[in-house]
Design a protein around this ligand. Sequence first.
Ligand code: PEP
Ligand code: MN
Length: 349
Amino acid sequence: MIIIQMKRTTTEADLNQVMDVLTTYKAASRLVRLGDKHIIVAELNDAYRLQDVQRVASVEHVVHVSVPYPLVSRQWQANNSSVYINGVTIGGDDKPIVIAGPCSVETETQMQQSAKAVQFSGAHILRGGAYKPRTNPYSFQGLGVEGLQMLKEAGDNVGLPVITEVMSPDAVDVVSEYADILQIGTRNMANFDLLRAVGQSERPVLLKRGMAATVAEWLQAAEYIVSSGNPNVILCERGIRSFDSATRNTLDLAAAVLAKEKSHLPVIVDPSHATGVVSLIGPMARAAIAAGLDGVCVEMHPSPHEAWCDGEQALTPEQLNGIVSDVQTMGAFLTERTLKTPQIVMNSR
Ligand code: PEP
Ligand code: MN
């Protein structure tokens, strides 16, 4: 595949000229607008025909990419990209972040208490589901718009951005009104209409890995979002299906690191859904940060035994404090190590 980056001065006529060349060669192509950048992604590997594209004056440069997820791949962008949300930066070379909060929004009191606990812990973003993808149709399905309002109000009260799941293309607008980040859950990773819809939204997107998805499928899901015009995607590994029911899922940490190697997007880990076991969440959060990932997303409830959903894996506020502190310590250690490494190399000459 090739990525054609057009010059900033590109006009509609210039774009049409390139598209005409591609059409002549029957090369499937797609125009992508990312901010003020015009990019054309095309299936054209023939060097001779490529010259015709490169000859068009408004083409800035052409990059060959050997993976089916060109725009999210490091072959296109070597440096880590970062996503900025109301004062919080995820990815880039920034310190790791923590997203925390209950599985679902239940009541105003529960959300206010959760927000205070999350803010007190030093975590950066408040979570809470208003639309819940439940396995059983009789389980609590979330409070919908009322839940979105409670989540936003709780976040505003403590000055934290909020993230919540969106399950259908129709709901993208209303969820975007209240949420700072849109979450795509594991069950919807391959809902391509939904990926396209969040790709047209202005909000950053947290894309969870499908519980049975390969790394390449996960990255192609991210490509759906970016190629629809939204470059602000964060990947989240949340455990995959495996044979052992001792843990809820199997945390595939190597896949998360591999995704970060293959892609420039920020990658975080959700050790709550990956393990389903409270005692394993802290160790797995530390492991994720030690592996060089960009943060964690954990479930916390002010009173776990009263939670309407996923109470068995909910951290207490005190347990959350410990995890945030560990993530910060581990993040600082790694930053220091990265800063020191070049000096050690130079001194040892
Ligand atoms: C969640 O984060 O609340 C959730 C439902 O997660 P997942 O999609 O990973 O199961
Ligand atoms: Mn949950």
